[in-house]
Design a binder for this molecule. Structure first.
Ligand SMILES: Nc1ncnc2c1ncn2[C@@H]1O[C@H](COP(=O)(O)OP(=O)(O)OP(=O)(O)O)[C@@H](O)[C@H]1O
Ligand SMILES: [Mg+2]
Length: 217
């Protein structure tokens, strides 16, 4: 069973990487060109433009800029280049900064121990778990602070993502959530199990939530 989950996970990551590359390399340049052309038209002194037209073009420009930003964000979420270029810790720091920038949640990353050389698969897996935990903080927690801790021990790696938000009642079985279409927590657990790891969830109403992933190395 795990073998198939692993194959599916790999295929999904490959597909995400491909879509991310296409958005970044093929679609983004078109939008950029559109913005530049709109700039050329509005700044051209030869063309006599009524003020009204100029204003409309400027609105179109800002919409195109917004679309480009969203597209870039989407491409990064699908497959953050920072993970491939700078590794897991840098990618976690990048996500924490985004959480602060976008939602005003004061998010900090702490690293304990020296980062060993991890396989791409393990890095990606830990990254995906942290990504889902942080997405949940954005969407559900109503937190003001978040803490991400990466602990590198001799024989295990422990990742915790903690928030001081509203907390929630943890269901008896993750499968109950999955059966109503909530796949985040169940997916985190499955990913951890893929590499013989485990996921622990703690949550207390009005106090916050902690997700802990432990994997053997
Ligand atoms: N950090 C958190 N703070 C408060 N509630 C949370 C937190 N994380 C999860 N929850 C609660 O647990 C539920 C299940 O989370 P889960 O990630 O499985 O699903 P989801 O986020 O609702 O949907 P998705 O499938 O898109 O992830 C959420 O709907 C939310 O009510
Ligand atoms: Mg979720």
């Amino acid at each position: 069973m795990h073998f198939y989950v692993q194959l599916i996970t790999r295929a999904q990551e490959e597909e995400r990487r491909r879509i991310s590359r296409e958005l970044h390399d093929d679609v983004s340049p078109f939008l950029l060109l559109l913005i530049q052309r709109l700039d050329t038209i509005t700044s051209s002194t030869q063309l006599k433009q009524p003020q009204e037209l100029k204003e409309k073009l400027e609105i179109l420009r800002s919409q195109a800029v917004e679309a480009l930003e969203q597209l870039r964000r989407c491409a990064q979420d699908l497959r953050p280049r920072i993970l491939d270029d700078l590794g897991l810790v840098a990618a976690l720091e990048w996500m924490a900064e985004n959480l602060t920038k976008d939602c005003g949640v004061d998010a900090q990353v702490k690293v304990v121990g020296a980062e060993p050389s991890l396989t791409d698969e393990v890095q990606l897996l830990l990254f995906r778990i942290a990504q889902e935990a942080l997405t949940n903080i954005r969407r559900h927690a109503e937190a003001s602070r978040a803490w991400i801790t990466m602990g590198f021990g001799d024989d295990r790696i422990v990742l915790t993502v903690k928030d001081n938000g509203k907390g929630f009642e943890i269901p008896q079985r993750m499968g109950d959530l999955a059966s109503i279409g909530k796949l985040g927590l169940a997916g985190m657990q499955e990913r951890a199990q893929l590499i013989q790891g485990s996921l622990t969830l703690k949550s207390e109403l009005r106090k916050g939530t902690t997700v802990t992933v432990e994997i053997p190395t």
